[in-house]
Design a protein around this ligand. Structure first.
Ligand SMILES: [Fe+2]
Length: 350
């Protein structure tokens, strides 16, 4: 007569198969197939006023030759050492000191930068120079040469936004430094991409050269003007206020294959409804103040603060003043893979 195996017999079996690099699925399935998204990340807010002195101190600690790497990474408090702010997203604060040039290089991970403080800062993408003003979104797409300079007399500070954790997970990380005879590669005239692709037009018979947006700078003045006009017209979403996505004009999709970027206006006194999504979000308050309630945490933000909303966390925004929130996300990756889900209002309240 067959008898059910005892726990001792199972444990003995697991021990015997272990040297063959085998593990029983039935013991692991509950942690692998959860009823909903499980993130290791926790909500957190970095007060810019508290971290800015450290960022500027790094400007004195690390030499100008290493300016490109002079970044303090914002590590999620529950994922310290993993060099990321959520499972798939990386954020840092980079400082370029007056007169410095962060030398050109390129890498397969894609980067964006949200400019926080800049007077006289510029970037060069594939040799094309673009001004960098606070609130501008700057793209450094995969495998495009990029370097930066600061011609003003104050430190330049940008929030860098990368897909490094995702690309490292998949494997294809490549990087190289510029070794040409010129400071930057030769390229088109300054802001050529804006004239060519940023006027709701594309060159006749245009064929995209990469899956990334061909626009390297999305000026804040234009973004803010559009959002302000929409808010005045009453186009205010109950969860998001006036939230617009920066797009690749060739596809109308995310600006980069792996990173989506947004700017939203929250009117003064806005009290948003709850929202959650499978994608994670990293926010930066360009202007204004308020708070974002994430699960049981209240993240009170003011100008230049940065905060993270991990995947599937219910959250809602409240604004005291008219506020402009930049955010970036892995939403586009979830959408491409058919994995994106979101919920609004009472459905998102758990
Ligand atoms: Fe870079």
């Amino acid at each position: 007569m067959n008898t059910a195996p005892t726990e001792l017999e199972k444990a003995e079996f697991y021990r015997r198969i272990d040297p063959d690099n085998l593990y029983p699925l039935w013991e692991a399935v509950k942690e692998m197939m959860t009823v909903g998204p499980q993130t290791q990340a926790t909500p957190h807010l970095w007060k810019f006023g508290e971290v800015r002195p450290h960022v500027v101190e790094a400007g004195h600690l690390v030499s100008g030759e290493d300016a490109e790497r002079r970044t303090l990474m914002l590590e999620n408090p529950s994922m310290r050492g993993a060099r990321r702010i959520t499972e798939a997203l990386y954020t840092g604060l980079q400082c370029i000191m007056p007169g410095e040039i962060a030398e050109p290089h390129r890498h397969s991970p894609s980067a964006m930068r949200m400019v926080i403080e800049s007077e006289g800062g510029y970037t060069s993408v594939d040799g094309e120079k673009c001004d960098m003003q606070p609130g501008d979104l700057i793209l450094n797409p995969s495998w495009h040469w990029h370097g930066h300079g600061q011609e003003g007399d104050k430190p330049h500070i940008s929030m860098t936004c990368l897909d490094v954790p995702l690309v490292r997970f998949l494997g294809p990380v490549f990087a190289e430094s510029w070794t040409g005879n010129t400071v930057f590669p030769d390229g088109p005239p300054e802001d050529d991409c804006h004239a060519r692709y940023g006027a709701n037009m594309l060159p006749m018979d245009h064929a995209p050269k990469s899956p990334s947006s061909p626009i390297f700078r999305y000026p804040y003045a234009e973004t803010k003007s559009a959002l302000t006009r929409l808010a005045a017209a009453g186009t205010v979403d109950a969860c998001h206020g006036v939230k617009m996505e920066y797009v690749n004009p060739e596809t109308a999709g995310p600006v980069l294959p792996t990173l989506s970027a947004f700017m939203q206006l929250l009117p003064a006194g806005f009290r948003g409804e709850t929202y959650r999504s499978t994608a994670a979000w990293v926010y930066h308050a360009v202007e204004g103040s308020g708070r974002t309630i994430v699960g049981d945490r209240i993240l009170a933000w003011g100008p230049k603060d940065i905060f993270v909303v991990p995947a599937w966390f219910p959250h809602r925004h409240e604004a005291d003043d008219e506020s402009f929130l930049y955010s970036f996300s892995d939403k586009g990756v979830h959408q491409k893979l058919g994995l994106f889900r979101d919920q609004r209002g009472t459905e998102a309240e758990v």
